[in-house]
Design a protein around this ligand. Structure first.
Ligand SMILES: Nc1ncnc2c1ncn2[C@@H]1O[C@H](COP(=O)(O)OP(=O)(O)OP(=O)(O)O)[C@@H](O)[C@H]1O
Length: 666
């Protein structure tokens, strides 16, 4: 019985059995997955719902290898390779040169390899040794060529990435584009993923494709030339026709890969975003002990990603089978067929001479043909990279388009419909006039980015020295007024008159600390060099400002507890190191340093004790900084001359604060 069984245990039956098992496993798993879909408990995350700002695309993302893709690719490459006299173009040439050198090395190795084998068959020891030494002497050169090629490819990728990242970063941080992208426009939810991973993958895919396409193309050219001159045109034509037909068929089959790549990057971005939200809000979550809830959200996002990656893997496995069959094995079959043609013709010149000579010819041309078939196979396979590149190109183009639109003042967001019948203008249709020492709103509507009208027409005038208290219920539009004043939100109609941007300072509810030294916190957004250029403030002056907000001790305390730098040069993660009230006080010291004409204080002293707050307001008066304050504290009314009260139903009152004005707040 055993010998009878072992008869079947050859390599072919084993390979067949493995393939069959794999197929059965995939089919079983698909059925299992269908079953799992029906059970709501397959993943704990099945009940979790969440929305990340990005609007759901109306249709599945599209990224095909077509004329549009080549145009987009050309536009991005223009940024990556600015001109033909740039170093980047030099690297393109270096890679091309290395590829040519490598192909020539291959060709040389085929020839010398055949000669070595010939001397072995002829039992000619002397020639064998001579050729072997020649072969060995050339090996270091080949090793250098290979590694120059690798270096060229990596450096090329790095340069592409540098140029594209610089271009996108310039646009992203121009004006308030970074703010507008996440607040006024809903096309992109995770610009961080696009600007980091996607750009990197795009550049990697570009350089991979360049070498995967250029090398086979060059090989094809060289081998077709050599074969045509020796074997006639028919042999290479058969191979090239195969390339065209097989390439077109596989490219068509691979079309979904582009869109699937886009979706993969989207879901990766979403998953990463949820992780970074948890890091940002770790303290709050920890106090609430929200571990389990956050875990469920993370798992929900991860499950979406994994489900997509698995679908993608299955599709790639299917395409991989077709690729292997068409690109590798069938190409070799066609190769054998094509190279045999001249040998079966009675009067072909190649058949002249002894059988030994014929054998050598077949051997040389046969190898070249195998190389040609391999090159064709690689070119057909490079199409896979092309479809993936189409996906990355679509992603990077997407952020570039949105950045261009935002910089041109164009936003895309689903608007609520009620404003459409109202004559309130359109985003950006209002005017902004720059003038010193006055802020005027002349019939300006307060409209949210969704098109929700908070106040239909707002008009008031505030001159330097007139402090204004802004009050009203939550959500009535206090911060929105300042967003318009700070030029973050567009003016829909009417005219806003205000000092230029640098002379208006905003201190938000949540204090922001930058990465850097203690000095950087007080002078933000200035740098040390800018502070020195400005001339009027020294480190001693900064110390006086810290004393004003009663934080003078910080200099010593942080020098003692931090190992990085001393005094003003202490470096720490200030968001973590300082308490809520300390951060708010630093923000006030920042205001005193900049001494703007107007300051907007948006509940920015809520964590500061009343007495310190009082002295800070008095100093503002001394420093001639006119204030717009949002606060629910009654103690602050005495520092203001006017109040602007909104009722949350579209009405407002702008009036002087008289002795008989009823003060409200806590
Ligand atoms: N980026 C945004 N996109 C869409 N709507 C927004 C946006 N920011 C604010 N809103 C809406 O605008 C309205 C006014 O918000 P705003 O922040 O101005 O309120 P507020 O008066 O400052 O409230 P609070 O006292 O709670 O700080 C709210 O209904 C809010 O939902």
């Amino acid at each position: 019985m055993a010998p009878a069984l072992s008869k079947f245990a050859n390599r072919r039956t084993l390979a067949g059995a493995c393939a069959l098992t794999a197929l059965l496993w995939i089919l079983k798993r698909r059925n299992h997955k269908r079953g799992a879909k029906n059970s709501r408990n397959a993943w704990p995350a099945n009940d979790i719902q969440y929305v990340i700002k990005e609007e759901k695309p109306k249709s599945a993302p599209k990224a095909y290898v077509n004329a549009k893709f080549f145009k987009q690719l050309q536009q991005l490459l223009k940024i990556g390779i600015p001109s033909i006299v740039s170093p980047e173009f030099g690297f393109v040439l270096l890679i091309a040169g290395s590829l040519i050198a490598r192909s020539l090395c291959d060709l040389w190795m085929i020839n010398v390899g055949t000669l070595i084998e010939q001397s072995i068959v002829n039992m000619d020891t002397f020639t064998f040794r001579k050729r072997l030494i020649k072969f060995m002497a050339a090996l270091p050169v080949i090793a250098v060529v290979n590694n120059v090629l690798k270096f060229g490819l990596y450096e090329m990728k790095l340069r592409l990435r540098t140029n594209i990242t610089r271009d996108l970063t310039d646009q992203y941080l121009k004006g308030f584009t970074y703010y507008k992208m996440s607040n006024l426009d809903s096309r992109i939810a995770n610009p961080d993923q696009l600007l980091t991973t996607d750009v990197d993958k795009f550049c990697e895919s570009c350089t991979d494709l360049y070498s995967n396409v250029a090398k086979p193309l060059l090989d094809i050219f060289i081998y077709v030339y050599r074969l045509t001159t020796n074997l006639g045109g028919k042999t290479p034509i058969i191979m090239l026709s195969y390339l065209v037909v097989a390439g077109a068929a596989i490219t068509h089959l691979r079309r979904p890969i582009g869109a699937m790549t886009v979706q993969e990057q989207r879901l990766e971005g979403e998953y990463r975003h949820i992780h970074s939200r948890l890091i940002t809000n770790s303290e709050e979550v920890a106090f609430y002990q929200g571990n389990n809830r956050e875990k469920l959200i993370l798992l929900a996002s991860f499950q979406k990603l994994v489900a997509h990656l698995r679908r993608f893997l299955e599709f790639r496995t299917f395409i991989g089978i077709v690729d292997n069959f068409v690109g590798k094995y069938m190409a070799t079959i066609f190769g054998f067929y094509a190279v045999s043609l001249p040998f079966f013709q009675k009067n072909h010149p190649i058949l002249s001479g002894s059988p030994d000579h014929r054998f050598k010819n077949y051997y040389t041309y046969g190898r070249m043909l195998v190389k040609l078939a391999e090159a064709i196979g690689r070119l057909v396979l490079a199409g896979r990279e092309l479809t993936r590149l189409a996906g990355f190109t679509a992603r990077v183009t997407e952020i570039k388009t949105v950045l261009d639109d935002l910089n041109a003042g164009k936003y895309e967001r689903t608007m609520i419909s009620d404003f459409k019948d109202e004559p309130i203008g359109s985003p950006g249709a209002g005017r902004i006039v720059n003038r010193d020492n006055v802020i005027t709103f002349d019939r300006v509507p307060l409209v949210t980015p969704n098109g929700d009208i908070l106040i239909r027409e707002l008009s008031f005038e505030v001159k330097s020295g007139m402090n204004v208290l802004v009050c009203g219920p939550n959500g009535c539009g206090k911060s929105s007024l300042f967003r318009i004043l700070g030029e973050l939100w567009p003016v829909w109609s009417g005219t806003v008159t205000k000092p230029p941007r640098g002379k208006l300072f905003y201190i938000p509810q949540r204090p922001y600390m930058t990465l850097g030294t203690l000095r950087d916190q007080v002078i933000y957004p200035h740098t040390k060099a800018e502070m020195a250029r400005r001339g009027r403030t020294t480190d001693e002056d900064l110390k006086k400002l810290l004393d004003l907000v009663q934080l003078g001790h910080l200099l010593e305390r942080e020098s003692l507890t931090n190992t990085e730098g001393q005094g003003w040069d202490v470096v720490a993660d200030w968001m973590d190191v300082l308490s809520g009230g300390e951060k708010q006080r630093i923000a006030m010291a920042r205001l005193f340093y900049h001494k703007p004409q107007f300051a907007i204080l948006d509940e920015c002293t809520s964590a500061v004790s009343v007495d310190v707050e009082d002295s800070m307001y008095s100093y503002c008066r001394q420093a001639n900084i006119t204030l717009f304050t949002v606060s629910h504290r009654r103690s602050l009314w005495k520092h203001h001359e006017y109040y602007l009260q909104m009722d949350g139903r579209g009405n407002y009152e702008f009036k002087p604060i008289e002795p008989d004005t009823e003060e409200f707040g806590s």
